[in-house]
Design a protein around this ligand. Structure first.
Ligand SMILES: [Zn+2]
Length: 796
C-alpha cells in the first residue's frame, strides 16, 4: 500500500487550504468545505479517510470524482487553481482525527493528526512535504470556543451558532493543523511580544493549574531562541490540556496539546511529575523549530524530529532546572531504554523505509526517540557542543518553512565541525542494533574487538564507526574505532582505565578478566560512569554472558549507594528482576531498598525526594511490615510529602484490601495525578481477585482510556497479580486493539508489560499472537522469551 505517495503523485504544489467546518458538537458530526489552491500535472488525487465527499467543483463547474478506498480520484486532468471539495464526516471515537475527549461530566473535541490522520478531518495531500497555508473557519454552538494554530481573526454570532475565523497560518505540513472545540477555561500570559495561552476543559470541580507550565514554556523559549538564533515564528502559543490523549503531547504549531497530567502542577505534585511536565513542554516547544518550521521530507526521517526534540528538550531543561541533573535521567530512561529494545533481534534501524500508515505509527518507539537522541548526544560529544550548535543553527536557517532530510542535517554538522559526520551518522542510523566492545589487556597492549550485541545471546559479526573515549591513568584518549579489531599500545601497564567516558557512546563495554575489571573499578568514576557499569552488567546478565552469581557480586558494590543515578538504576534492575523471578529476588531487593530508604531519609534535594518515593513504593511490594507502616499515614494523606503519597496509598491497599474505600477516593479525585495514585492502589492489593476487579473496571468507561495503560503497568508491578493480569489481557485483547487503533500504544504496552506478566506463559502467548498478528508481537515474544529464560536460570 502506498497511500500517501499515491495521493500526491501528480500534485506539484498545494498553495493553500481554505477550510470551513460546520461542527455539530452534540451530534458528533460535521460538514466541511475545503478550497484547495493547487497545481497538478494530471488528475488530482486526495487523501480522505472516513470522510464522505459530496461534490468537487472548480468555479461553477462540477468535476467527476470517485472515492477509491482512502483516495479521492478527481478527474481534473492537468490543473491549476482552486478546487472546492464539499464533504462530511463523523467525530472519531478513538484517539485520531477530530475525536471526542471525555472527562466524565463532559467532553471536548480535539484533533490529533500526526502522522497521517489529517485525511480524517479534511481531504488533502496528507504528506509532510506538501506544505501550505491554512485559513480555517469553524461554525459551531455559540457557547463553545474554538482553538486553532493561529489567533482568532473574527468571531460572528448567528443565532445560537458562532462563526470563528482564524488568521492564516504560515506554510506548514498537514499533520500540524489543530482544532479544539469545547468549553475551555483559558488563561493568558506573554513572552516578549508572543501571547501565551493555557486552556483546559471546563469542569464543575477542580482545576488544571498551569502556572508552572507557563514558567517552563518561557524558560525553554528563551533557551531555544538563543540556541537556534531564530525567533519563535507565530504570534501566539497555546498549551492545551486535553482530557484524553493517546500520546503524551503533540506539537501542533502554535497550539500544543498535552495530557492534563503533563500541564498541571500544584503543591501535591511529585518531583517526578514536575520533571515530566518540564521535559515534555521542552520537547514539544523544541518541535516549534525542529519539525514545524523545518519538517522532514517524509516519515523515514520521523526519528530525526523526535530524537532531536528529545535531545534539545534535555538541554533546555538542564539549563532552566540544573538541580535536576536531567542528563542522568536521560541515560537511564532514553539510552538504556533504547538499548533494551535495540538489543532484540526484532529491532529496526533508526532510518526505516515506511509506506503504509500503520507502519508509520509503529515508528513512534524507543528507537526513534531514545536511540536517535542518544546518537545525537554521541555526535555532539564527538564534534563538540559549539560546533554542534553552529551546525543546527545553519541547518534550520537554510530550511525554514520547507523540508529537509536527515542527510541535510549531517552535512551541516560536517561543515560546521570540519569533522567526518556523514559516514558515522549513515552507519548508525542505517544499521539495526549496537556494538559490544570487548576489551582485554596483555601487559601494555590493549585489545579492542567489536560485534553486534544481542540480548537473546549469540553474536553477529558487524562493525560500527564507534567514537571511542577512554581514560587511562587519568588521561583521556579519543579515536574512531571502525574495524572489527584494534590494538592499542600503551606507554606502560595501566593502573586504571575506563572506556565510554560519561556514557556518551551508544555501545556497551565488556572488560575481560577480573584483573582488568579491578582496574576499571579503581578508576575515578563519574556518576554517569558508575551508572554505565551497572547498566552494561544488566545487559550481560540478560544475554547470559554474565552468570547471576557474578551479577549479584557486582551489584553489591552499589549497596548503600549515595548517588541518585546509580541508586535509581539498581532499584530499577532489582524491581524488574523481582517481577521476573519473585521468589529468588525478594531478599536481595528488600535489603537494597530498605538500606536505600535509610540513606535517602537524610537528604533534602528534589532528586532525593523523587527517588525516596520510588524506593518506598517498591519496598511496599516487598515488605508487609513496611507496607503496614506506610499505611498508617493514609488517614493523613493530604499532609504526606508528594513523592511519598504513592507508597502510602499502595501500603494502605496491601495492608487493608479496602477496594471500596480506594474506589471512593478515586471517584472523588479532581486531578489526573490523584486519580492515577488511587488506580495504583487499586491495582496493588494482595488479593488477586480485587486486582482483577480493577482491571475490569479500567475498561468500564469510568477510567480515561489513556490511563488503562497505567493500570496494566501497576498490575504488572504487583507480584500477586501476575496470573489475573495475564488472564485479563488474553480475554480483552480485542477491546484493547480497538481502543488503541491508529496509535502505536498497544505494541508498546505489550513490549513493556506482556513481556513481564507473560513469564511462564510463553506457549499461550505464542498462540495468542498467532491469532492476533499485531505489530509489536515479535518484539514482545522475543523479550518474553528472554525474561522466561532468565527466570529459569535464576531459579535453577
Ligand atoms: Zn515529539
Amino acid at each position: 500500500m502506498q497511500v500517501a505517495a499515491q495521493a500526491g503523485k501528480t500534485v506539484q504544489e498545494v498553495k493553500q487550504y481554505d477550510l470551513f467546518m460546520d461542527v455539530d458538537f452534540t451530534g458528533l458530526k460535521y460538514t466541511g468545505k475545503v478550497t484547495i489552491d493547487l497545481t497538478s500535472t494530471g488528475d488530482v488525487n486526495l487523501d480522505a479517510v472516513n470522510l464522505q465527499v459530496l461534490s468537487v467543483r472548480s468555479g461553477t463547474r462540477n468535476i467527476l470524482f470517485k472515492q477509491n478506498g482512502p483516495v479521492v480520484e478527481i478527474q481534473t486532468g492537468r490543473f491549476s487553481g482552486p478546487l472546492e471539495v464539499e464533504y462530511k464526516g463523523k467525530v472519531s471515537d478513538n484517539f485520531t482525527g477530530l475525536y471526542k475527549a471525555s472527562f466524565g461530566e463532559g467532553y471536548v473535541l480535539s484533533t490529533h493528526l500526526e502522522a497521517v490522520q489529517a485525511r480524517k478531518v479534511l481531504p488533502c495531500v496528507d504528506h509532510p512535504a506538501f506544505k501550505a497555508y491554512f485559513k480555517v473557519t469553524v461554525r459551531t454552538d455559540a457557547d463553545l470556543s474554538v482553538i486553532s494554530n493561529m489567533p482568532i481573526d473574527s468571531e460572528k454570532n448567528e443565532g445560537n451558532k458562532k462563526i470563528t475565523s482564524f488568521q492564516k497560518t504560515p506554510k506548514m505540513s498537514t499533520y500540524l493543523l489543530y482544532l479544539g472545540i469545547g468549553k475551555w477555561v483559558e488563561s493568558k500570559d506573554h513572552w516578549g511580544k508572543i501571547q501565551l495561552y493555557s486552556a483546559y476543559a471546563k469542569r464543575s470541580k477542580g482545576e488544571i493549574k498551569m502556572d508552572f507550565a507557563f514558567e517552563a514554556a518561557k524558560n525553554v523559549l528563551d533557551y531555544y531562541e538563543s540556541y537556534f538564533g531564530i525567533p519563535y515564528e507565530l504570534p501566539k502559543l497555546h498549551q492545551v490540556a486535553v482530557p484524553e490523549f493517546a500520546y503524551g503531547a503533540m506539537e501542533n504549531w502554535g497550539a500544543i496539546t498535552y495530557r492534563e497530567i503533563l500541564l498541571h502542577v500544584d503543591k501535591d505534585t511529585t518531583v517526578r511529575t514536575k520533571k515530566a511536565v518540564a521535559s515534555v513542554i521542552a520537547h514539544e516547544i523544541a518541535h516549534m523549530w525542529f519539525g514545524d518550521l523545518v519538517t522532514m521530507k517524509w516519515w523515514d526521517d520521523l526519528w530525526l524530529n523526535e530524537s532531536f526534540a528529545t535531545f534539545m528538550g534535555q538541554k533546555s531543561v538542564d539549563s532552566a532546572y540544573p538541580q535536576w541533573v536531567i542528563w542522568q535521567d536521560f541515560v537511564r530512561t532514553q539510552t538504556a531504554g533504547a538499548q533494551a529494545r535495540d538489543g532484540l533481534k526484532s529491532t529496526h534501524p533508526i532510518e526505516a523505509k515506511v509506506r503504509d500508515p500503520a507502519e508509520i505509527e509503529e515508528l513512534f518507539d524507543e528507537i526513534s526517540y531514545g536511540k536517535g537522541a542518544s546518537i545525537l548526544r554521541m555526535i555532539e560529544a564527538y564534534i563538540g557542543p559549539d560546533k554542534f550548535q553552529k551546525g543546527v543553527a545553519s541547518y534550520l536557517q537554510q530550511f525554514r518553512y520547507s523540508n529537509a532530510a536527515g542527510r541535510d542535517f549531517w552535512t551541516h554538522l560536517q561543515q560546521a565541525s570540519g569533522t567526518e559526520v556523514n559516514r558515522i551518522m549513515e552507519a548508525w542510523i542505517g544499521k539495526a542494533g549496537y556494538p559490544i566492545v570487548t576489551v582485554s589487556l596483555s601487559n601494555t597492549k590493549l585489545n579492542l574487538e567489536q560485534e553486534r550485541f544481542l540480548l537473546a545471546g549469540g553474536i553477529e559479526k558487524q562493525t560500527w564507526p564507534v567514537p571511542v573515549t577512554m581514560t587511562v591513568d587519568g588521561k583521556t584518549q579519543r579515536f574512531l574505532f571502525d574495524k572489527e579489531k584494534s590494538e592499542i599500545n600503551l606507554v606502560s601497564e595501566p593502573k586504571s582505565l575506563k572506556l565510554n567516558i560519561d556514557q556518551t557512546g551508544f555501545y556497551i563495554v565488556y572488560y575481560q578478566g577480573k584483573n582488568l575489571q579491578d582496574r576499571v573499578w579503581s578508576s575515578k568514576l563519574s556518576v554517569l560512569d558508575k551508572w554505565g557499569l551497572a547498566s552494561d552488567a544488566k545487559q550481560f546478565l540478560f544475554s547470559g554472558k554474565m552468570p547471576f552469581k557474578e551479577y549479584l557480586t557486582l551489584i553489591e558494590r552499589y549497596q548503600d549507594e549515595q548517588q541518585y543515578l546509580p541508586a535509581y538504576e539498581i532499584s530499577d534492575q532489582l524491581a524488574l528482576l523481582y517481577q521476573i523471578a519473585p521468589k529468588k529476588l525478594v531478599e536481595t531487593s528488600k535489603r537494597f531498598h530498605s538500606t536505600e530508604l535509610r540513606v535517602l531519609q537524610t537528604k533534602k534535594d528534589d532528586n532525593s525526594s523523587l527517588l525516596k518515593g520510588i524506593v518506598a513504593a517498591r519496598l511496599v511490594l516487598l515488605d508487609d511490615v513496611y507496607a503496614k507502616e506506610a499505611s498508617s499515614k493514609f488517614k493523613d494523606l493530604a499532609n504526606v510529602e508528594p513523592d511519598m503519597k504513592e507508597s502510602v496509598v499502595m501500603g494502605y491497599a496491601r495492608s487493608t484490601n479496602d477496594y471500596d474505600g480506594l474506589m471512593e477516593r478515586y471517584k472523588k479525585s479532581t486531578t489526573d495525578e490523584d486519580r492515577l495514585r488511587y488506580l495504583e492502589g487499586l491495582a496493588s492489593f494482595k488479593k488477586p481477585e480485587l486486582v482483577a476487579k480493577t482491571l475490569e473496571f479500567s475498561l468500564s468507561g469510568s477510567v480515561k482510556r489513556q490511563d488503562v495503560r497505567n493500570v496494566i503497568y501497576y498490575a504488572t508491578n504487583n507480584p500477586d497479580a501476575r496470573d489475573v493480569t495475564w488472564q485479563w489481557f488474553k480475554t480483552n485483547i480485542e477491546k484493547l486493539i480497538k481502543m488503541y487503533d491508529g496509535t502505536a500504544q498497544l505494541s508498546s504496552v505489550m513490549r513493556a508489560y506482556v513481556s513481564i506478566f507473560g513469564v511462564g506463559h510463553v506457549g499461550e502467548a505464542e498462540s495468542l499472537f498467532n491469532e492476533h498478528p499485531l505489530p509489536g508481537a515479535d518484539a514482545t515474544l522475543e523479550r518474553l522469551k528472554i525474561h522466561d529464560r532468565l527466570a529459569r536460570a535464576i531459579s535453577a
